[in-house]
Design a protein. Sequence first.
Lengths: 252, 240
Amino acid sequence: MEEILRVEDLTKSFGGIVALDGVDFSVKKGLMNILIGPNGSGKTTLVNCITGFYQQDRGRVWFDEKEITGLAPYKVYSLGLVRTFQLPQPFQKLTVLENLLTAYGENPGESFIRAPFKRSWLGHEEKATEMAFKVLELLDLDRLWNSPASQLSGGQMKLVEAGRAIMSGAKMILMDEPAAGINPKLAQEVFAHFREMKEKVGVTFLIIEHRLDLVLKYVDYAFAMARGEIVAEGNPEKVLGDPVVVESYLGG
Amino acid sequence: MGKTIKVDKVSAGYRKLHVLFDASCSMNDGEITVLVGPNGSGKSTLLKTIMGITDLYSGGVFYDGTKINGLPTHEITKLGIAYLPQVNSTFSNLTVRENLVMAGYVLGKEEADERVRKALEDFPVLKGYASRKAATLSGGERQMLAMAMALTRKPKVMLFDEPTASLSPKVALEVLGEIRALKEERGMTIVLAEQNARRALEMGDRAILLVGGKVAYEGSSKELLEHKELGRVYLGIGQG
Ligand SMILES: Nc1ncnc2c1ncn2[C@@H]1O[C@H](COP(=O)(O)OP(=O)(O)OP(=O)(O)O)[C@@H](O)[C@H]1O
Ligand SMILES: Nc1ncnc2c1ncn2[C@@H]1O[C@H](COP(=O)(O)OP(=O)(O)OP(=O)(O)O)[C@@H](O)[C@H]1O
Ligand SMILES: [Mg+2]
Ligand SMILES: [Mg+2]
């Protein structure tokens, strides 16, 4: 299988704290990947460095056969690599619908997703608004389409964050704890939808998530971090059985 | 010892937006009451209403038999009710230690120092980071700080809004164990809003299910856990 993302020797310290310690890994195209690891193990820092939000001290990153090391966040986004935030960052003053539409407006990777995405997943609908309403329905936010994002509940803000990523038409989506604070029933519906995007359109996912009980059944491949390094990878069962992972992450 | 909170026919919300409709429920002395429901069903709004930070249109909130709605939030805090908000409640530009000192402002100096020391013991990760600004902590580390801050006030009643949301499975288990110990060892009254519904209901005494701002269930936690329909429809419990 072809790889879509490759990271070599990625290293990042904050003062005395080594958040990433020479991370090497690659992600295969079209898989649903999960990234786990203890609090403070470097997961968010890894996403920040890959997507240009932080400058690493050392190391290189390739996405879709291009080197993206050091590119600005909007550049990375426009190549079709989209991320979501652990603490949701919607445009507070825009409505829920507008938040989704702006993500569509900056649609990355023009050539790639548009056509097949619409035909397979949305039928014949043309307009972004129609797509947005489908996404809002999925996220159980349709009734709130006209509310400012600032007036949403904690979980609803997180859902808008996921909605923006779905709307972006990215080739690959990095998500930082999308299920945190989401009702378990809805979280599973959303993951089933990610799975469908993966299967029908070939979107690759790398998802940081602690709620393994909800999401594991949708996952193809797992990476585990500890103290700034990837300490295990492979099929999810194998990774979750790894003694280091059990000790540092899962607990007794 | 903890005290009972009684929510009586409360309608509340944000200015013109009604969120809670005629909601009545109680959180009993020395028990863990688990608050569950879909996103946007009003869980946080209920907790905020107890703390006096929403608009109450009708009904009342009582603590230990005394009406507390209408009191300013700091008065409610002084009565011994503490609240751990769902959204990040730490002060980004203060250090971990400063955040804790700030949280203990209602206590005397000596007691506050002692509480801060204890908080850093309880969360060893934070101890190493005492002089770092909160803004630089990872998501889970910040959640631990927020929890340590709430406990610094040594409350009689503790309202937790999604305390385990960004914690690793290991730390989430430890935190839930810690919450159970607050009840068992200190007799604290605890209200726990949790999307990790199964885990929370397993350790709860009583449960309240909110749906669309109304109380859809109030009763034993175990019973809700085993309730086929409510569990499946609203909580994703008991599906394959
Ligand atoms: N801006 C910063 N300044 C200083 N230290 C930082 C900064 N950002 C992160 N760190 C530290 O780097 C380490 C890795 O943090 P990171 O946010 O990547 O962890 P994480 O794996 O995402 O954890 P969590 O599961 O809690 O979100 C932590 O020890 C954190 O305190
Ligand atoms: N500050 C606010 N201003 C206006 N409306 C708000 C505000 N906070 C919440 N709401 C609205 O009130 C409703 C209930 O929100 P609340 O935060 O109580 O839900 P919740 O049950 O805690 O949800 P979650 O599980 O997502 O945290 C939502 O529809 C939300 O849009
Ligand atoms: Mg993180
Ligand atoms: Mg809430």
